[in-house]
Design a protein around this ligand. Structure first.
Ligand code: GDP
Ligand code: MG
Length: 228
């Protein structure tokens, strides 16, 4: 029967349909925009492809403009998180498109290539640019991870100052990753999703408080109107 049941009774149809509906109603679905930045050729597109599709291709696919791919995580019983991973072409760097690209992102990964030390030097340029253009309400900065990619290539060496750099620049975490061998990519994305979720709840709390204050003011004004 290939998993398809024919001839469901009316009651069965109602029960299954209700279960689906209740499931969707009870799930809180959140969408987080995450930007993946870094120099040309460091592996941004490959990392996104690996995370969202579980695939790696050696074909050099040039990213044109900006693009995004989605991965949905069943976070817990009540929460489903859709991660929208945004990819930009390396040659767009620091152009006017970047501000638009960063818009409403809640987390970021800055990628460099372990086989090309100059791409680690660019990390601070990307970080400065990002922090200048993107912050959360209340001035809070978004969570950022650094990915030292192509860790599967054995001849690479990690920049010795990376630990200190992350500590001094308020970087959430850094990982040696490989899009090719699927190393540490899920871990890094889950770390970002977790930090974005905490910010989301904190922010929701503070927004709720703001709304309460506005409502209170509006109610007072209405009361005044009514009484005068
Ligand atoms: N060995 C290895 N090659 C990689 C890895 N990630 C990407 N590449 C290769 O590096 C090149 C650039 O990757 P791409 O994802 O297009 O970089 P982007 O310009 O930052 O989007 C491609 O040839 C990829 O196959 C990795 O983890 N290991
Ligand atoms: Mg690309």
């Amino acid at each position: 029967m290939n998993g398809t049941r024919l001839g469901l009774t009316r009651e069965e149809i109602i029960k299954i349909s209700e279960t689906i509906r209740e499931n969707n109603l009870n799930k809180q679905e959140l969408i987080f925009k995450i930007v993946i930045i870094g120099d040309y050729g460091v592996g941004k597109t490959s990392i996104i492809g690996r995370f969202t599709e579980g695939q790696f291709s050696t074909q050099y696919k040039i990213t044109i403009g900006a693009d995004f791919a989605v991965k949905t995580l069943e976070w817990d019983e009540d929460t489903r998180i859709s991660l929208h991973l945004w990819d930009i072409a390396g040659n767009e760097r620091f152009g006017s498109l970047l501000s638009v690209f960063y818009r409403h992102a809640v987390a970021a990964a800055i990628v460099f290539d372990l086989t090309r030390p100059e791409t680690f030097n660019s990390v601070s340029k990307w970080l400065t640019n990002l922090r200048k253009k993107l912050y959360l309400p209340g001035g809070r900065t978004i969570p950022i991870v650094i990915l030292a990619n192509k860790g599967d290539i054995v001849t690479t060496t990690l920049p010795p100052q990376i630990d200190e750099y992350c500590r001094n620049n308020d970087i959430l975490a850094w990982y040696v990753t490989s899009a090719k061998k699927n190393i540490n990519i899920d871990e890094a994305m889950v770390k970002l999703a977790n930090a974005a979720l905490n910010n989301h709840f904190d922010l929701k709390l503070s927004l709720a408080t703001d709304e309460d204050i506005i409502n209170l003011t509006q109610n007072n004004q209405q009361d005044q109107k009514r009484c005068c």
